[in-house]
Design a binder for this molecule. Sequence first.
Ligand SMILES: [Zn+2]
Length: 266
Amino acid sequence: MSCKLTQRFVPGYLDGELDLSRTIEMETHLQTCAECAQELERLQALRAALQHGALAYAAPEGLRERIQSSLRASTPRETTERASGWHGFQFLRPVLLLRWAGAFAVLALCAVTAWQFLPGLRGPSSDQRLAAEVLASHVRSLEAGHLLDVASTDQHTVKPWFDGRLDFSPPVEDLASDDFPLVGGRLDYLEGREVAALIYQRRKHFINVFVWPGATGASSPQIVESRQGYNMTRWSRGGFRFWAVSDVNAADLAEFVRLLESRTAR
Ligand SMILES: [Zn+2]
């Protein structure tokens, strides 16, 4: 993982929001890169200062009790009973909890082993995992300041920007004449590698197109799916894998993909 991406993910890392593979990639990078480790320390110090400094305000004990009692008063009786029964559960005792943790660790190990040695198990779901990753990257990119690393509507600016930042040169097309203007590019991270993200606009919506070299040069037809209200299309062509994702409607995304595919086929 590059320094730029590591530093982008540091806040998420501090908040424990990254998935396991990204966390491992980050920690590996942080062990070897003083600059990024420093960035992490800087944010940790900032967080500590905010928590312990004059800006921090601890709510008075009385407020906590008032909130709890008003919650109790407004909670239906059945739920309250179940909640209080929960505290009586024997397995919450520390010793037993440790045993449960042990059993869980064994189970997790079995799952990881099975996943590694039985390709059939992960075959059908690898695209599903990637789809979830693509969607998460799309949503993350829409957070303030995350969409663009290079802002330009000119494909001759965006394409060279990736040179030296990636180990491949992604095909970059502008579709402004078809009302899908290119607005820029970004480095992103999928399947354990750095990928190009090209950003297009349709009215007020953004379309992220993730591009990276395929394992084989084979082309594959479009696969369309919808996930959590977002439309996604993936295909392979010219040795590249493409994933387009957006909240534009399915017809607009289909039109966009058709245009992009016909341009990259030339
Ligand atoms: Zn670094």
